[in-house]
Write a protein that binds this ligand. Structure first.
Ligand code: ASP
Ligand code: MG
Length: 441
C-alpha cells in the first residue's frame, strides 16, 4: 500500500514533487526569488528536490582533481573559494542573529575537507561519491533555512537516508523497495526539502546518480510516493522543438508523450535527464516543465497523452567524429564482426549516435570524447582499416517531412545518413553549417 504524504493545510490532497536546478538558486537573490515564488503559488509541494548552487558541482569536480594531485595550495585555494561563495550567500540572506546557518555551512566544508583527506588514495569513483554531493548538502542547508526564515515551514532531510542504491559509484542503481519504504515513512505533513543527485548504499556509503541526476531524484521520489505530478522549474518556459539559442524559430512543445520525450533525450536534446521518465511513466505521473522566471506561462507537460499531430523537432550534436570501419582481411562486416566492434565500443564507454552499415563496412558517429575515443580507435586499428572524419555536426530530426529535410540539408554534403519512419539523421561538416538555423514552416 502506498502511503501518501499528509497534505499541508489548504491543499487539495495532491502529492507534488518540485525540483529546482542550480540556476534557480545560484545566489542570494535567486534564493529569495524562489521563496517568493513558493509563497505566491496557491499550493505547496510536498517534496522539494534541490541541486547544488550554480556551477558548484563543476567546482567540486575540480576540487576532487586537486585533492588527488600534489598541489596542496591549489586545493586549499579552491576549497576557500567554495567556502567564501557559500558564506557570501548566507550573509546576504540572513541577519547576523542567524549565524547558525553559517556555522552549519562551515561544518559541512570541514567535513568535505576531512573526506578528501580520508579518500584521496582510494579508488577515484568512490572518492568522487564521498565528496561531490556536498554541493547539494550545502545548497539545501541554505535554502531550507531561508524557507523557514520566511515562514515556508519545511523539514530538511538527508537524501542519503532516503534514496537507497547499490554501490555502483557515479551511476548508482536504485533499490526501489527500500527507497519506497524510507520515503513513505516520511509522512509528516510538512514540506520536505532534500538533495537531488545523491543517495547511499544500505551500509551508508554515499553514492551519486550521474551528472545532472537531480531530475532523476525527483522522479524516484515521485514514483515511490505515487505522486500526482512532478514539476521541474527551469530558466526557460518549457521544452522546445529545437535549442532556441541555435534555431531562430524554435517553438515550445506543450504536450509530449513519455515516449516522445525519451526519443528526444536519446537523440541528444538536453530536455530532461533520460533516466527521469521511466519511473514516472510506470505510474503515469505527469511531468511539467515550468519557468521560475515566468511562472504564469503555460508549462510543457510530459504524460501518457502526446500531441496527436507531433511537431517536427531538430537536435544538433556538435563535435562528432565519423569512423568507417572495414575488416583488414576483406571479410564481411557480418553479425560476428559487428558484435565484436560493438563489444569494444561498450568497453570504451562510448555510444554511437548514428549507425550505418554495408556489406564490408560499418560507420559509427561518435562524440569526440578524447579520453574514450582515442584508445578505442587505437585498439581497432590492429584489425580494421579505419577512415575518420572529425569536426562534424549531427542533425537529428523527429517527424521530418521530405521538404523539411531537403531545406535543412541544402548546400551541404551529407557524410552519413540514417532514416526510419519517425526520425532522420544527417551528418555534416561543422564548417559548412550555419551558426543560426531555421526550421522551414
Ligand atoms: N548538481 C548535479 C550536477 O550538476 C546534479 C544536478 O544538477 O542535477 O550534475
Ligand atoms: Mg546542477
Amino acid at each position: 500500500m502506498v502511503l501518501v504524504l499528509h497534505p499541508p493545510p489548504g491543499r487539495d490532497g495532491m502529492t507534488t514533487v518540485f525540483k529546482f536546478g542550480g540556476a534557480s538558486i545560484k545566489d542570494a537573490d535567486a534564493i529569495r526569488h524562489l521563496g517568493d515564488l513558493l509563497r505566491q503559488l496557491g499550493t505547496r509541494p510536498d517534496v522539494v528536490v534541490v541541486s547544488a548552487m550554480g556551477k558548484t558541482t563543476n567546482a567540486l569536480e575540480a576540487l576532487l582533481a586537486a585533492a588527488r594531485g600534489s598541489d596542496e595550495d591549489d586545493y586549499r585555494q579552491q576549497l576557500a573559494a567554495l567556502r567564501s561563495d557559500h558564506l557570501a550567500t548566507v550573509e546576504a540572506l540572513f541577519s547576523s542573529h542567524n549565524n547558525a546557518v553559517g556555522e552549519r555551512v562551515e561544518a559541512l566544508l570541514n567535513d568535505l575537507d576531512a573526506c578528501h583527506r580520508q579518500y584521496r588514495d582510494d579508488e577515484r569513483a568512490r572518492h568522487y561519491d564521498q565528496t561531490i554531493g556536498y554541493g547539494e548538502l550545502l545548497s539545501t542547508t541554505i535554502v531550507s533555512a531561508w524557507f523557514n526564515e520566511i515562514g515556508l515551514v519545511c523539514d530538511w532531510h538527508d537524501a542519503c537516508r532516503l534514496i537507497i542504491t547499490d554501490a555502483n559509484h557515479q551511476a548508482a542503481n536504485v533499490d526501489w523497495a527500500e527507497t519506497s519504504q524510507r520515503l513513505q515513512a516520511l509522512a509528516s505533513g510538512r514540506m520536505v526539502i532534500t538533495q537531488g543527485f545523491i543517495g547511499a548504499s544500505t551500509d551508508g556509503v554515499s553514492t551519486t546518480l550521474g551528472r545532472e541526476g537531480s531530475d532523476f531524484s525527483a522522479a524516484i521520489i515521485a514514483h515511490c510516493l505515487d505522486a500526482d505530478e512532478v514539476v521541474i522549474w527551469k530558466d526557460v518556459p518549457g521544452l522546445f522543438n529545437a535549442d532556441p539559442r541555435r534555431f531562430d524559430n524554435a517553438r515550445q512543445l506543450m504536450k509530449l508523450s513519455y515516449d516522445e520525450a525519451i526519443e528526444l533525450a536519446w537523440l541528444g536534446a538536453k530536455v530532461i535527464h533520460p533516466k527521469t521518465l521511466a519511473p514516472l511513466r510506470k505510474r503515469h505521473i505527469p511531468l511539467k516543465v515550468r519557468s521560475f522566471e515566468t511562472p504564469d506561462a503555460p508549462p510543457s507537460v510530459i504524460s501518457q497523452h502526446g500531441d496527436d499531430d507531433p511537431t517536427p523537432a531538430c537536435i544538433l550534436a556538435e563535435e562528432q567524429v565519423l569512423l568507417k570501419i572495414q575488416p583488414r582481411d576483406f571479410s564481411f562486416m557480418d553479425e560476428v564482426r559487428q558484435h565484436e566492434v560493438f563489444g569494444r565500443l561498450v568497453d570504451a564507454g562510448l555510444h554511437a549516435n548514428l549507425i550505418d552499415g554495408g556489406a564490408m563496412r560499418l560507420s559509427l558517429c561518435l562524440d569526440a570524447h578524447p579520453a574514450r575515443l582515442e584508445p578505442f580507435v587505437e585498439q581497432l586499428t590492429a584489425d580494421y582499416v579505419l577512415t575518420r572524419h572529425d569536426d562534424l555536426t549531427l542533425l537529428s530530426v523527429r517527424h521530418p517531412t521530405q521538404a523539411l529535410l531537403a531545406s535543412l540539408s541544402a548546400d551541404r554534403e551529407i557524410l552519413a545518413e540514417r532514416r526510419n519512419t519517425q526520425t532522420a539523421q544527417r551528418l555534416f561538416r561543422t564548417e559548412e553549417c550555419p551558426e543560426t538555423w531555421h526550421i522551414p514552416e
